[in-house]
Write a protein that binds this ligand. Structure first.
Ligand SMILES: [Zn+2]
Ligand SMILES: [Zn+2]
Length: 346
């Protein structure tokens, strides 16, 4: 057995690049040579505050936005060939409960995720558990697929999940709070759907500049209150951890407006007062969405496969695995969009 480099999380919450044994596949498993793993807000939160599913004393290789190549097949695995380019959907379930039968493995009471409850992609190689292989979590890519941009297909799958219930139509005015990678993915989908107006609100001038270069209207919320620019949005997405934005979303939504609270709030925010009469009298539909399942992942991948959406501009930093802490700091300072690690290039 050889060793490989991996960024390992442990308590007190921190991450360290160390040598760990190379994974070899057990029966039914597949080992992936990781080409690119994107950092996600969840990785940042875990490395700073820990995670309920990772016990004190446990170690975990994080990283759940993974693309790579099939390196080794366990006994009994069919349908993949060594060297084949693949993207990995991280969430899988028991396969038997009502949520799993619906395809909503992310709500299975026994839900698991590579990069959170199992070792993930901040390493040269990653093992895909047998159950995930069976549930179809390994998605073949196509000739010429670009690893860097595809590494954030998982984040995009979560956005597709949030986008579907909003039923965006061509005559809609869409407002998105947050011009980070998630907000931009919503803006791209709204534009693809042909929404009449797409607005992005944020504090950061740099981020708004990117949004503007992608054809979105921009609202610098530090200087300009949102309701001075737009009154009445048919669709409002809150992709920012801001209680005030959640409150404002209901005020700014038009009659029959559809609202998605996509971003979770920090744990110190216990309650947000919302005017429920506004929901009542304007007949709003207010939703939240979290994570994604294999259906969302497949839809997201197909948007990229067919060139309907280009997310490559979101890759603001590409770093070797050893610089993971630098990548996390970049996320913290909001000086990045997507940070991508390439564990097999030094
Ligand atoms: Zn994520
Ligand atoms: Zn289940």
């Amino acid at each position: 057995m050889k060793n490989m480099k991996a960024a390992v999380f442990s308590y007190p919450p921190h991450v360290e690049v160390v040598d760990v044994p190379d994974p070899s596949p057990e029966r039914g498993e597949v080992v992936i040579q990781v080409e690119a793993t994107a950092l996600c807000g969840t990785d940042l939160r875990i490395t700073r505050r820990g995670h309920g599913t990772i016990a004190e004393g446990e170690k975990r290789v994080l990283g759940h936005e993974v693309v790579g190549r099939v390196a080794a097949l366990g006994e009994g695995v069919e349908g993949f060939s060594e060297g084949e380019a693949v993207a990995i959907a991280p969430n899988f379930g028991c396969g038997k409960c009502l949520y799993c039968i619906q395809g909503n493995t992310h709500h299975c009471p026994e839900t698991k995720a590579m990069g959170i409850t199992y070792d993930g992609g901040f390493a040269r190689f990653m093992r895909v558990p047998e159950r995930a292989v069976r549930q179809g979590n390994i998605f073949p890519l196509w000739d010429g697929a670009e690893y860097t941009a595809l590494s954030f297909v998982e984040a995009f799958a979560c956005v597709v999940h949030g986008f579907l219930p909003l039923q965006v139509k061509t005559e809609d005015r869409v407002l998105i709070y947050g011009a980070g990678p998630i907000g931009m993915m919503f803006a791209e989908l709204a534009q693809l759907r042909g929404a009449r107006e797409v607005w992005v609100a944020d504090l950061s001038r740099d981020r708004l500049e990117t949004a503007s270069s992608r054809g979105a209207g921009i609202i610098p919320v530090k200087e300009t209150p949102v309701n001075e620019v737009i009154s009445g949005a048919d669709v409002v997405v809150v992709a920012a951890p801001a209680p005030r934005a959640q409150q404002e979303a209901l005020e700014i939504a038009s009659v029959y407006g559809r609202v998605n609270f996509f971003g979770g709030l920090p744990p110190q925010v216990k309650e947000v007062p919302l005017h429920s009469n506004v929901i009542h009298y304007k007949e709003l539909m207010v939703t939240g969405t979290t994570k994604s399942n294999n259906y969302h992942f497949r839809l997201a991948l197909d948007f990229l496969r067919h060139g309907q959406i280009d997310l490559s501009y979101l890759a603001s930093h590409v770093l070797p695995l050893e610089k993971i802490e630098e990548g996390l700091a970049l996320m913290e300072s909001q000086k990045s969009l997507k940070v991508v690690l390439k564990p097999n290039t030094d």
